[in-house]
Ligand binder design. Structure first.
Ligand code: NAD
Length: 274
């Protein structure tokens, strides 16, 4: 059976370890390498809790991709590293499945240009949980009827960036629906009767196209989001909870299996789901 050769970048991290575990538990994927700047020299399987795999964690992504003949690189590193990592994969002609958040639109445009020129595909998904994709889908539907919304995202206290990529994407999708209905930010604000001021700056959260986004960081959380729509006399709350990192793995495995279907950047797991 031909299998897809996978390198996991960020293999010693919380998500990377889960990906190592998931990839080694299915027959159609083969883990050929593990990269991280931490836990160098340790066995990726031991760290992931699946027992030794004979694959040591190493640095030097470019050399690793070439030596192992990798076909897909999965990246769960950190916002400051991901752009370089993806360009390294593209240069090596390796497809990329990217879960690391923090990529700007300019980064995505540049990656799209480079990947298209090289003839490889890059799947970037701010959230690999299928339930979270459905939440975003339902939010788009609700936005057609509700011109007011606030987003609350809640994550573990080790998360570095805020707001989450999922919250940003949800806000963008809602704003797009409103735009298609000819409803702009001013229309929404005019319908509020109070002049707002914050005695504590930031109390009303960050604003994306007039949508308030609130970020909570506490131990005990994994990844959660509420999208609260309001109209006089009623609210509609959509909530998704990832209670363990296992929730992301069916989406990551789907991404690895299907990333070769496209060239350039594909943004969002929804592009594969719907
Ligand atoms: P983590 O800090 O536990 O792991 C990151 C790992 O990457 C660490 O082991 C670190 O040493 C390594 N690393 C950083 N820069 C590197 C580089 N240049 N080369 C090699 N290794 C490098 O973080 P985490 O919780 O696993 O999350 C990783 C990323 O994934 C974050 O951006 C997070 O927001 C994102 N995330 C995305 C999803 C999704 O569904 N898309 C889900 C959860 C987390």
């Amino acid at each position: 059976m031909t299998t897809i050769k996978v390198v996991v970048n960020g293999a010693a991290g919380k998500m990377g370890r889960e990906v190592v575990k998931a990839v080694t538990q299915v027959a159609d994927l083969t883990l050929v390498g593990a990269c991280d700047r931490a836990a160098v020299g340790e066995d990726a399987g031991t760290i992931a809790g699946v027992g030794p795999l004979g694959i040591k964690i190493e640095t030097g992504l470019e050399e690793l991709l070439e030596r192992t003949g990798a076909e897909v690189m999965v990246d769960f590193t950190e916002p400051g590293s991901v752009v370089n990592n993806v360009h390294t994969a593209i240069r090596a002609g390796v497809y990329a499945v990217v879960g690391t958040t923090g990529l700007s639109q300019a980064d995505l445009d540049e990656i799209d240009r480079a990947a298209s020129a090289k003839g490889v595909g890059v799947l970037v998904a701010p959230n690999f949980a299928i339930g979270a994709c459905l939440m975003m889908r339902f939010a788009e539907e609700a936005a057609r009827w509700f011109p007011h919304v606030e987003i609350i995202e809640l994550h573990h206290d080790q998360k570095k960036d805020a707001p989450s990529g999922t919250a940003l994407k949800t806000g963008q999708l809602i704003a797009k629906v409103w735009e298609s209905q000819g409803l702009d930010q001013d229309d929404r604000h005019r319908s509020r009767s109070v002049e707002e001021w914050e005695s504590l700056p930031g109390a009303r959260g960050g604003r994306l196209e007039g949508i308030h986004i609130h970020s909570v960081r506490l131990p005990g959380f994994v990844a959660h989001q509420e999208v609260i729509f309001g109209l006089p006399g009623q609210t509609l709350t959509l909530r998704h909870d990832s209670t363990s990192r296992e929730s992301f793995m069916p989406g990551v495995l789907m991404g690895i299996r299907r990333v070769k279907e496209n060239k350039g950047v594909l943004y969002g797991l929804d592009k594969l789901l719907f």
